[in-house]
Design a protein around this ligand. Structure first.
Ligand code: VGL
Ligand code: ZN
Length: 213
């Protein structure tokens, strides 16, 4: 058992993509995605800083299989910036599927960061888009507020949470994933692959009780 972690005011809770399309019944449903919302609400009450991301794609986004001739969701396709997994249309700006979960206690959040808005470039990460160079500005914003540690949770463990955590680490933050406050897509072994990358990068895997007990 690891010892409990004390949350201080240089810590941020980063709650990733708690949106209708990632919930059961949504366009890119993550199994049991809705079950983590109450836990994340409980975590949010402990943090001075809560930041939220929202996947927010224009119609016809390059990550949608529907815009590539002959392509199917979950296939990989080489785009200008590299290999991109193709998805069902999801989180289209202004649609019901893009809305944050109605039970998610957003009032505590100081920031809602929308991402994936460039038509030709995906952004799993809250920090850097999939071209590997376009920044969202989030690292600079958090540093300006004195944030030192980032605690990531939400959907999906193996995509937007993992990429955000890896980029947080690369930007110099001590970074944690709260495993039981995430759920995964786990397509093509993506969950194991994500944990391997995070372990190598020294992103720490923790459980919510280490913060809540
Ligand atoms: C996500 C795939 C495509 C995520 C977003 O939130 O993990 N995954 N867009
Ligand atoms: Zn997306």
């Amino acid at each position: 058992m690891s010892s409990a972690i004390t949350i201080d005011d240089q810590d941020v809770l980063l709650a990733v993509d708690l949106q209708a399309d990632f919930m059961p019944g949504g366009a890119l449903a993550v199994e049991d995605g809705h079950t983590i919302v109450p836990l994340i609400n409980a975590l949010a009450r402990r943090f001075a800083y809560v930041a939220v991301t929202q996947d927010w794609h224009p119609p016809g986004h390059a990550s949608f299989a529907s815009v590539h001739e002959g392509a199917a969701p979950f296939q990989s396709k080489r785009l200008a910036y590299g290999d991109q997994t193709l998805w069902p249309d999801h989180c289209v700006q202004g649609t019901a599927g893009a809305e944050l979960h109605p039970d998610f206690a957003l009032d505590a959040a100081f920031l809602i960061l929308r991402k994936g808005m460039h038509p030709g470039v995906d952004s799993y990460s809250a920090f850097v888009e999939a071209d590997g160079k376009t920044t969202t500005g989030l690292a600079a914003l958090l540093k300006a507020r004195g944030v030192k540690r980032i605690f990531a949770c939400g959907l999906a463990t193996d995509y937007c949470v993992a990429f955000s955590a890896l980029d947080a680490r690369a930007a110099g933050f001590e970074t944690f994933i709260i495993e039981d406050a995430c759920r995964a897509i786990d397509a093509n072994n993506s969950l194991d692959a994500a944990w391997a990358r995070m372990n190598a990068a020294e992103v720490w895997r923790i459980q919510s009780r280490e913060l809540l007990d």
